[in-house]
Design a protein around this ligand. Structure first.
Ligand SMILES: [Zn+2]
Ligand SMILES: [Zn+2]
Length: 489
């Protein structure tokens, strides 16, 4: 592999938020990002702590074409006033709607600064319907998934109704982002949401010991989290994502335990999603680099703490699955969402929990060869050689060693059976990391390819890392908030 050249991008000043030219470059084993503000000096941060893993991810880069119906023009340039703009390169895969800024916790690590805001922001049902419809209006692909977030969305009494509304409008996957307190109180509550059509709980789950929660959430929540999971089980709500905010010296030694915990609870846990902490406030360069965790630290931690059962090389970046969507389109004629995020935004793999052992999917499937076969099939198809393309897809099965998995994939490829895919999903656990950016490691090229977007009540749809770095939350809460609009739980 040839070493990546220095990459130029646009970042922002952590002090004044002015756009700055930035340089991403390799020094030793690490990839760094550097920029200088005329007024506030030079900033240097770790972009990825493993240059080799960085380059491997880069090879899977796949750009999309963005939206056919952008909602805003561009004056400052994507992503600085993107909402979504004509220059944005991906369409929305996950829409997020903040349904309240009220919260029943005061988390020291909350990026929404919920509970500290001066006034209540709580969009009405009609405003939420408008945002949902707006997300579904996206072309060429209507937003397939939506997450109700906040604040703590379960404080809204009409949450089941909002879930039903989202399902009625055609969202394939409806999620609620929650701290689990409400879920821990009753299995009936979990069942009510499930019956309303909820697909997934996105459950904050920072670790397995009280000290972790005292640090991240201000109180011990271990029992609450365990009770929440148990109530999901009793309500037959079998799709829970454990969301872990990763902090050096606090819970970065619990990655292996989280894998084993998920495996032991695989009847309800579908995914562990790890998010390295982003920073606010002023940090000197050395302190920043000392506290910074990146996706490659996460992968190395998983490898070390699972005794090599899951290796760093088992992880693939988000856009690596673009050929899978293209192949599915080829088989069915339907247009499937393409995950054209930047390769350095997230990495993931799947593992199969099997009688106490952890087997990453890579031991059963030759991922590189399958992806190559899918790419070849898509190429043949684009040259009009349909039958060859289908034959190439079936040949791709040679790279699957496990009999059970081959059976699933066979019915998927041969009969286009997506029930097979759903069944398969329940036999696997995904482990992934998503690194949301702060002002220190902000890279405009990543945001331009962002696939996770906030829907705003004014009709804009804003990329995740723009929303959380450019003061949108304050702006929206000021414009649409006010305690007289708030509803009491
Ligand atoms: Zn500055
Ligand atoms: Zn844009």
């Amino acid at each position: 592999m040839s070493p990546s050249k220095t990459r130029r991008t646009t970042s922002i000043c952590p002090e004044c938020r002015k756009p700055l030219d930035a340089r991403i470059f390799t020094r030793g084993d690490r990839v760094l990002i550097e920029k200088e503000c005329g007024e506030h000096g030079r900033f240097e941060d770790v972009y990825w702590s493993d240059a080799q893993a960085y380059r491997r991810a880069e090879e899977f880069a796949r750009d999309g074409a963005g939206l056919e119906n952008p909602r805003t023009g561009e004056s400052r340039g994507c992503p600085f006033d993107c909402g979504i703009c004509p220059r944005h390169l991906s369409y929305t895969l996950l829409g997020i709607i903040d349904v309240t800024n009220r919260c029943n916790l005061k988390c020291p690590v909350c990026f929404a600064s919920a509970a500290s805001a001066g006034s209540v922001y709580e969009p009405t049902r009609d405003e939420i319907r408008g945002m949902l419809e707006n997300l579904r209006r996206n072309r060429p692909v209507p937003t397939p998934a939506v997450q109700f977030s906040g604040g703590e969305p379960t404080l809204r009494q009409d949450l089941p109704d909002l879930v039903r509304l989202a399902k009625t409008l055609g969202f394939l996957n409806v999620q609620v982002n929650t701290n689990g307190i409400k879920l821990s109180e009753s299995p009936n509550y979990c069942r009510t949401l499930k019956d309303a059509g909820l697909d997934t709980f996105y459950l904050q789950f920072d670790g397995l010991t009280p000290d972790v929660y005292r640090y991240t959430r201000g109180r011990d929540l271990v029992d609450v989290k365990m009770k929440a999971l148990e109530n999901c089980r009793r309500a037959d709500m079998r799709s829970v994502v454990l969301v872990m905010t990763l902090i050096k010296g606090v819970n970065d030694h619990q990655l292996g335990d989280m894998v084993r915990f998920a495996a032991a609870n695989y009847d309800v846990v579908r995914c562990i999603n790890v998010q390295p902490l982003s920073f606010t406030g002023r940090l000197p360069n050395e302190e920043l680099q000392d506290r910074r965790l990146t996706i490659s630290d996460f992968m190395a931690g998983v490898e070390r703490q699972t005794g090599g059962a899951i290796r760093s090389a088992d992880f693939y970046p988000v856009p690596s699955v673009v050929p899978v969507s293209q192949a599915a389109r080829l088989l069915t004629g339907e247009r499937f969402p393409e995950f054209t995020a930047h390769p350095h935004c997230g990495m993931a793999t799947y593992f199969v929990p099997d009688k106490g052992t952890i087997r990453p999917i890579n031991r059963t499937v030759d991922v590189e060869r399958i992806l190559a076969a899918l790419r070849a099939a898509v190429r043949s198809d684009s040259r009009g050689r349909k039958n060859l393309a289908k034959a190439q897809l079936l040949m791709a099965l040679r790279h699957v060693k496990g009999g059970w998995l081959r059976r699933y994939l066979w019915s998927l490829l041969k009969k286009g059976s997506f029930e097979a895919l759903r069944d398969l999903h329940f036999r696997l656990i995904m482990i992934s990391a998503m690194h949301f950016m702060d002002a220190y490691n902000f890279d405009a090229e990543r945001v331009r390819r962002c696939v996770i977007h906030y829907a705003l009540p004014d009709g804009r749809i804003v990329p995740f890392c723009s929303y959380n770095n450019f003061g949108y939350r304050d702006e929206i809460e000021r414009a649409f908030g006010g305690s007289e609009r708030g509803r009491e739980a």
